[in-house]
Ligand binder design. Sequence first.
Ligand code: UD1
Ligand code: MG
Length: 426
Amino acid sequence: MAVRRRTSIPNQTAAPPNPDPGGDPQPPNAAPSPDEFSLAPPKLGLILSVLALFLIPFFYLLFVHYQIESDLRYYISICVALSLVGFGFTVGLIPVAARYLLRRNMFGYDINKRGTPQGEVKVPETLGIVTAIVFLVVAIVLQLCTLTADSDWLVEYNAALACICFMTLLGFVDDVLDVPWRVKLVLPFFASLPLMMAYAGHTSIIIPKPLVPYVGLSVLDLGLIYKFYMILLVIFCTNSINIHAGLNGLEVGQTVVISFAVLIHNLMQIGASTDIDYKQAHAFSIYIMWPLLTTSLGLLAFNWYPSSVFVGDTYTYFAGMSLAVIGILGHFSETLLLFFLPQVLNFLYSCPQLFGFVPCPRHRLPRFDTQTGLLTGTKDMNLVNLFLRLFGRCTEKSLCIRLLIFQALSCLMCFGLRYILAGWYK
Ligand code: UD1
Ligand code: MG
């Protein structure tokens, strides 16, 4: 039986004011004992508004802006409908799973509320397991509607799902056993094996036009090196989401923003292309991204500030792996890396601590001031602390929103860059 306790809280005598002066004054979980335990209601108003705001441009591009084949429109609509069912199941199952997880002592303390009553609530951990299971069910059932039995894509689609499933398992193992982070780094390699073995797609890259005179080739076959690149991409995507974390809603929020961007990118590519295989690659990505988006939104309804559940490494690995496999199989890993700009910057900035040149504490989180409810940046080398040092102290919720805006701006910049470089770069 896995019994664990994530963080210890120093004994606090004075009960200071609510950490978010403008926020919810109630602790997220009403009762401390697992048997009487009940979760704070999900923030459905906020989440459904976000979803509706995204559905409008998505359906506009799908049905109005682009001339897309009617059967593809039909499959994508079925995918959206099934994914919305997945959203309902995620929201319904999280309170049930949270009770069971708490009973097994799978909980964490909210570090950015240390010293307040909210900081002493046992927050159920690893709720990403619900998201991942509902995602897998939806993605598997979707095969019935979107892929025929003899489809060329079936093998790779199933290999991708096997990777996501394997990664979820390893993430859950990590949450239960609290694996040392150097081991965490390599877990995604093992999870990527099903795709590496099944991958039969091309292993060549198109050389950017300005470099063709120097390289002497327009297409370069990388062979085994390409597979090595795929492994590196998987390791990067999974770990980079996991280390850009620690604020209520940040892990899921960044995944949601990237998923929005990937879905719009897929539709734009389908709309602009006449190549069947190319369209199929992007449709494949849509069939993975929609369930990822809606099941993540279901989790975000509970994980947004103030979090009533934590997502665990199960979620960060699951989300990173899902994004990596669609980047690989959809053949748009460069674009994906541009969407991951904050994660790339966070990783590069973190390197001195990750590789031991500078001491790295277990949690690289800001300091919380119980009097003002504001966070102050520490010397730890990550974007969370850098934003606080650059833009000043703020509440946890504002910091998370700032970081998500930065994520959205990076995605917009990527679209702008693709537009400017179109035809010149490739
Ligand atoms: C990574 C980061 C670590 C960060 C942690 C937060 C690196 C090398 N590691 O570690 O700096 O502190 O993620 O997830 O950069 N928690 C909160 N509020 C939240 C989310 C999580 O307080 O909104 C705390 C809870 O105590 C929770 C714990 O973080 O139990 C989860 O940490 P875990 O995911 O195990 O940390 P790592 O992924 O190892
Ligand atoms: Mg983590």
